[in-house]
Ligand binder design. Sequence first.
Ligand code: BES
Ligand code: ZN
Ligand code: ZN
Length: 486
Amino acid sequence: MQARLELKSVRDVDADAVVVFAFEGQPPALAPAALTEELYSSAEFQGKSCQTALLYRPEGWRAKRLLLIGCGKPEEFDGHALRAAAGRAARLLKERRVSHVAFAAEQPWRSAETVSALVEATLLGAYDPDLYKTDPEKKGTPLGSVTVIAEGAGEELQAAVERGSILAECQNFARDLVSEPANRLTPGKLAERARAMAEQEGLSCEIIDESRLKQLGMGALLGVAQGSEEPPALIVLRYSPETESTDHLGLVGKGITFDTGGISLKPSEHMDEMKFDMAGGAAVLGAMRAIARLKPSIAVTAFVPAVENMPGGKAQRPGDIVTTLSGKTVEVMNTDAEGRLIMADTFTYAQKLGCTHLVDAATLTGAIVVALGHVYTGAFTNDQEMLNRLLEAGKAEGEKIWHMPLDEDYAEQLKSPYADLPNIGKRWGGAITAAYFLKQFADPVPWVHLDIAGTAWTEEAKPHMAKGPTGVGVRTLARLAADWQS
Ligand code: BES
Ligand code: ZN
Ligand code: ZN
């Protein structure tokens, strides 16, 4: 979808709808006073958060419709409220089959950050995971174009529109991948999609196939893959900046295209949801796509181990011992704790390729959902400075991330009588013991682990976002690279 900046006055913009933000109790000066005074004195609309009023043919305006969208109390207004309001407006207008939408970016909605955020939220709000719906009635008409109206604006806002649309498009690309079912998105297909994207964006791409993974010695990754008829693939995409950088960021995304649990089989109820177990991989691919377009000054390599976790005659058993690429041995006590196994080998490989900093995104544990629900992504680290960089990127992009503990007191849970370590801890603190396992393979490089099991998918449609894949992580990871200071 096209996003652009329009320097005219709101009244002169020819759009199917112009959206005007409105604070609680403060009729916006921009909208015709006669209309807003009457509205605000009725019970219909007072500018409360996400309240809407759709008016037709506002007098003296070229646009067909004026949509007032409530932003709540000015003192409570922040990036989240702005994103919620813009996304809500986009969804409402899409439902009404409106094609050309324009947003009035008057103060205080005129900064580069707010303009980017509002473009992002609009494109994200207008997204529906309806690829496989064949009934055009149910599929809905996509928004045609988005315009930000800012009379007399300069280049800064032009760049903000551009940046917002890049980030949202790349996030929607990740959402497309996550909504693909596992019969259509096998590890091989995910690798093909990554390659096609890399070619289009000018990234270099290498797909490491099964025989090469064997040669390299990725025993932990291969152990997970051996139960499936679908061969695994390790996707590697590289971005090189124009001037050489000493820092080299590695982004690792869990790419389990389906997680049955393996021999430690999951219950059948809700098992369908486990097609989302490659959401970390999708987030990393989406971020790479954005990085290719934003061209930051740091070298970035993405790694997505793509594997299907299945039970079967050749599947790995509980009690099996595998040798990881690092040389450490792991006793696989539960075949459903497969994400950490494929990630462990990938971390070692990323370090062999020269990554000086690592961030991973993974739908790693049910335990993080118990801890943080569906609101915050859990972050774990071995380096506070690295975490600070990531939290700042998350904050700037409006993605909620919470720092979780990770210290040596959890070590006693990860002892195996027969191997260097088991792949699971005891019952409690499961998200932390999973992270502690990863840490054994991330050390000594500065590393942040994002457990997105609770945030990669929304079971309920939100006013500003469709039910289904959220594309969480894309913006934070891209922003981390874009704002990187060596
Ligand atoms: N992909 C799951 C994590 C998951 C579970 C995400 C539920 C969302 C909802 C992961 O591979 C897994 O199965 N983890 C196990 C680990 C356990 C066996 C130690 C879990 O969390 O139950
Ligand atoms: Zn699992
Ligand atoms: Zn999993």
